[in-house]
Ligand binder design. Structure first.
Ligand code: GDP
Length: 390
């Protein structure tokens, strides 16, 4: 799939920067990416997105210093400057892309406010689907972040064609602060979404048993709402002559006669089914009740002689038995790697405790804000003290 990424705000920009870095190492370039921010220093810190593709917005309002955690201002600035963002996207070329993906931390200000606005405009202007990857804040970041995330997400699900969620709190380790974990978390994000978004593009190194193309990803995501991703990776299945860091944790120059073990068809199927089960039952980007997913996509990526049609078919049936809906798509794509990766997309999920919790916090926060406003008013209601002037 050819993807046009837009990183909105600090988190979004950093993650898109990593996608571009990953793309530079891949055999086929499939990604294009820009970053949008109200904070100049965040844009300057990026390494792989070209300077001309880093857009500073809101200069007259916040003078390059960011909007803090004020996502209403983030949304307003984005709406006011939407033309310059769209112009930059147009100038980078959109004729050959399959989808837009906007990435942002939903708890902050710029990305939280700007992402739903941008998705609305992209959908109006282009025919290609517009997806969002929204990062949820950890509870330790405070109520304002939760409040922002709940408001942003509630808006976003109506503006994007589908919203993938990554929950920071589910992924940071016990005792580790979110900040300390960013690099590791971003690595996990880019690894998973890299396999998904590259499907159908890396297959130049061989022919898969059951090739997936971008229309299958698009059809899986058609139902809208929020989606979660599971991922699992095998041990090394081939000896690698040369290791390069890639999105499966090491591309390698694969030689057939170097294979450590020659697997029979049954073994290959079993290995793929095992990986898919691990992907779906393990830690998801958004922990959720997978039995409420409406659709799913099963993707297997790895060395071409490890791909197995029966394994993919059986995995699909197993996923279908476990989710609410009956639409399960899937396939494989070969790539030069010493490992096999499985990605399971659980699309349009009906229940996720963390989202319920965020919505609840947002409701309480709104009520508290109203109550505290009332308290302030009543304290100075007494007119027995004369004001200095009327
Ligand atoms: P913005 O620049 O105003 O859009 O705000 P940020 O991008 O800093 O968004 C704030 C939210 O994103 C918070 O919940 C942060 O924990 C989270 N966040 C910030 N940077 C990163 C990052 O690099 N990785 C991840 N996973 N989350 C981040």
């Amino acid at each position: 799939m050819r993807v046009f990424f837009i990183g909105f705000g600090q988190a979004g920009g950093k993650i898109v920067d990593m996608f571009i870095e990953q793309d530079k190492k891949a055999p086929v370039r499939s990604f294009r990416g820009i970053a949008v921010n109200t904070a100049r220093t965040d844009l300057m810190g990026l390494r792989n997105i070209e300077l001309k593709d880093r857009i500073l917005i809101g200069q007259t309002v916040v003078k390059g210093h960011g909007v803090g955690t004020d996502n209403v201002t983030g949304a307003k600035i984005t709406a006011d400057e939407i033309d310059s963002i769209i112009n930059t996207i147009d100038s980078r070329g959109t004729h050959d892309i399959d989808a837009f993906v906007v990435i942002a931390g939903l708890g902050g200000g710029t990305g939280s406010g700007g992402t739903p606005v941008l998705c609305r405009h992209l959908k109006r202007i282009y025919r290609e689907p517009v997806y969002a990857v929204g990062i949820l804040p950890a509870p330790e970041e405070g109520r304002l972040y939760s409040y922002n995330a709940a408001r942003s997400l509630s808006t976003l699900v109506n503006e994007a064609d589908n919203t993938f969620i990554f929950d920071n709190s589910a992924w940071k380790n016990e005792g580790e602060s979110v900040r300390m974990a960013y690099e590791r978390l971003n690595d996990e994000i880019v690894r998973r979404f890299g396999v998904l978004f590259r499907a159908g593009e890396v297959g130049k190194t061989g022919v898969g048993e059951m090739v997936v193309d971008s229309s299958e990803i698009i059809n899986t995501l058609r139902g809208g709402g929020v989606s979660s991703i599971g991922y699992a990776i095998s041990e090394k299945v081939t000896k690698s002559a040369k290791q390069k860091k890639g999105f499966l944790g090491g591309f390698s120059v694969k030689k057939k006669d170097n294979a450590e073990e020659v697997l029979t068809g049954e073994d290959k199927s079993a290995k793929i089914i095992g990986l898919v089960r691990r992907a779906m039952l393990g830690r998801l980007t958004l922990p959720c009740d997978y039995t409420t997913a409406e659709r799913a996509l099963v993707l297997i990526a790895g060395p071409s002689d490890e791909m197995d049609r029966k394994g993919v078919e059986k995995s699909k049936s197993w996923v279908e038995e476990n989710i609410a809906g009956v639409e399960v798509r899937g396939g494989d794509y070969p790539l030069e790697s010493s490992k096999i990766a499985a990605v399971v997309v659980l699309a349009s999920i009906g229940d996720a405790p963390r989202i319920r919790e965020l919505l609840e916090i947002a409701k309480e926060t709104k009520e508290d804000v109203i109550r505290s406003k009332e308290r302030r008013v009543t304290m100075f209601d007494d007119d027995s003290v004369d004001p200095l002037f009327e």
